[in-house]
Design a protein around this ligand. Structure first.
Ligand code: ADP
Ligand code: MG
Length: 561
């Protein structure tokens, strides 16, 4: 046992030794392991830090690049912004400047407008004064031109001029032109008789129209007369001449079939009557509404009888009724019971006149297939409503004012009184009118006359009833000549009542009325005698104003046998 213990103890000691040795070894290897760990860690750290730096570098580089581009972008942006804001600023500046300018202009305009307003007021006042002066001057002008003036219209040669006429003239060329307009104031007539050298005769008139002059041109010289009408003067325009010389054409326009009406459609061909009416309505439209109205009457003087062409029978059908002309207490001519129709426009007027024309008595003679054997008188009565205090200012010249003041009546037209008024809408309502005590009305008359043919009995080749007609026509035209002669000689008595025609026309021929005679002339050789007679009549009438008339010299149409 003891031996055994000793062996074991020795073994134990050896083991201890060995343990110590191994422990020493283990300690060393732990150290080594730790060192290795540390080395490994270091290695790992080292490795890690190098990737990071690489990455870092790359990132840095990238960042640098980005930053650079960002910088340049920002720079660009700011430059751009600067540029833009600069232009905006300029624009703004310009706008502000513009505004300032506009403001100034506005102020200037305001001042100007104010000035203009003031001057407009002054001008309006002056215009009113000038208007009155114009009226007076216009009247003086018309008077200077002569209260009676004569225009002469030579119509073109027409196909029917070729037709054979008077037997003793048969050997000559009928359609040869012998009457010309030498200029716009002179008529030249080649007078030739068989066996004699031809002689040129000239006649002077206020205006001469050649065969090419239009209805427009003729009316242009007539229109100024109508201004006088609204200034308070009576006006008469009459066409004188032999049958076929263009009287109806000049006064009304081209005739429709059968000479019973005229063609309204061809506006450029319309004659003086429709155009004058149109002008009257135009002039009235420039006046205050309600101060004027127009009534029409259409009469025919046939065989020294007056026929009312607008009269109606109980059925309302137009029916020619005989009327008489009388002289009123004031010395005016008047046709009692004559139909007056209120018209408001030209078409209404034309309708009425055409209706009246359907009744016109016609008789065919050899001179012209549809010769009119009667005088047609279309009368436009213009009534002016004047309110008390304005009366003096409506007519500037004292005379007219006084004259019209005397004439002004206080009565209202039937239509306006019985409140059934259908057509006078331009006038104020009847109630209004009756309420105005100071209101007066003045009537002026425009008489438009298409005289019957002035030819000699011989030329027309008429007998019997037609001869009676011709004799009446010639008598009435002689009476017209006598009246003009008496006015010319300033005789106290003017024989208006010698014929119904002159009696009817009295107020628009004598006194301060304006008369225009439109001489109508056929240019052909065939009509030489008649043309000379008409030209003689015209020349004589013209001298009325000038007071150059020699007694017993007035050429009159040859009286019926
Ligand atoms: P009056 O009325 O004098 O008898 P009209 O007016 O009936 O004559 O004219 C006779 C003819 O001559 C009509 O056919 C008419 O159309 C024509 N006429 C008259 N004057 C002219 C003119 N200036 N231009 C063209 N034709 C005209
Ligand atoms: Mg006629």
């Amino acid at each position: 046992k003891d031996e055994r213990i000793v062996v074991l103890e020795t073994e134990n000691a050896v083991l201890h030794l060995k343990l110590a040795e191994y422990q020493g070894l283990a300690g060393r290897s732990t150290k080594e392991v730790l060192q290795l760990y540390a080395a490994h860690d270091q290695q790992m750290q080292f490795q890690r830090s190098s990737v990071v730096t690489q990455l870092h570098g790359a990132i840095k580089k990238r960042l640098k690049q980005d930053l650079k581009s960002l910088h340049s972008f920002a720079l660009e942006l700011s430059k751009d912004f600067q540029r833009q804001s600069k232009t905006c600023l300029y624009q703004l500046l310009a706008a502000v400047q513009g505004l300032q300018l506009q403001n100034e202009a506005m102020q200037m305009f305001q001042i100007k407008a104010f000035d203009l307003e003031q001057s407009l007021q002054e001008v309006t006042e002056r215009y009113e004064k000038e208007k009155q002066k114009r009226k007076a001057l216009h009247n003086s002008l018309i008077e200077l031109r002569g209260n009676i003036r004569v225009h002469c219209r030579i119509r073109p040669l027409l196909p029917f001029d070729d037709a054979a006429g008077h037997s003793q003239d048969r050997q000559r060329n009928f359609s040869e032109k012998v009457a010309y307009a030498a200029d716009d104031e002179t008529v030249l007539v080649k007078c030739s008789r068989p066996g004699h050298a031809s002689v040129n005769k000239t006649f002077q008139f206020e205006r001469v129209y050649n065969d090419l002059e239009s209805q427009d041109a003729v009316f242009a010289d007539v229109a100024p007369l109508l201004t006088s009408l609204l200034d308070g003067y009576n006006v008469c325009i009459m066409a004188y001449g032999q049958t076929g010389s263009g009287k109806t054409y000049t006064m009304l326009g081209p005739q429709l079939e059968g000479n019973l009406a005229f063609a309204i459609e061809e506006e450029s061909e319309l004659g003086i009557i429709p155009r004058a009416t149109q002008e009257v309505f135009r002039l009235i439209s420039e006046k205050p509404p309600g101060s004027y109205w127009v009534e029409v009457s259409v009469v025919e003087v046939y065989n020294n009888e007056i026929f009312d062409l607008l009269a109606k029978d109980t059925c309302g059908k137009v029916f020619g009724v005989k009327r008489d002309v009388v002289t009123t207490r004031e010395g005016k001519s008047d046709v009692p019971l004559l139909t007056h129709e209120t018209v408001e426009n030209v078409s209404e007027f034309l309708h009425l006149v055409n209706k009246g024309l359907q009744l016109r008595v016609t008789h065919p003679t050899l001179v012209h297939a549809h010769s009119s054997r009667s005088h047609l008188v279309v009368t436009l009565t213009i009534t002016t409503v004047v309110f008390g205090d304005n009366f003096g200012t409506l007519w500037e010249d004292e005379q007219t004012s006084q004259r019209l003041n005397k004439e002004a009546s206080f009565t209202f037209p039937q239509k306006m009184r019985d409140n059934k008024s259908t057509s006078s809408s331009r006038a104020s309502s009847p109630v209004q009118l009756e309420a105005t005590e100071k209101m007066k009305q003045v009537k002026t008359r425009l008489q438009l006359v298409d005289l019957a043919g002035s030819e000699c009995v011989g030329l027309s080749g008429v007998t019997g009833a037609a001869l009676r007609e011709t004799s009446f026509i010639n008598r009435s035209l002689s009476a017209l000549a006598d009246v003009l002669g008496a006015i010319a000689e300033q005789r106290a008595h003017v024989p208006y009542r010698n014929s119904k025609l002159t009696h009817l026309l009295q107020d628009s021929v004598g006194g301060d009325a304006k008369l225009l005679v439109m001489l109508c002339i056929s240019p052909g050789q065939k009509y030489l005698t008649e043309s000379m007679q008409s030209l003689g009549f015209g020349t004589r009438a013209r001298q009325v104003q000038r007071g150059q008339v020699k007694k017993k010299n007035f050429p009159v149409p040859s009286k019926g046998k």
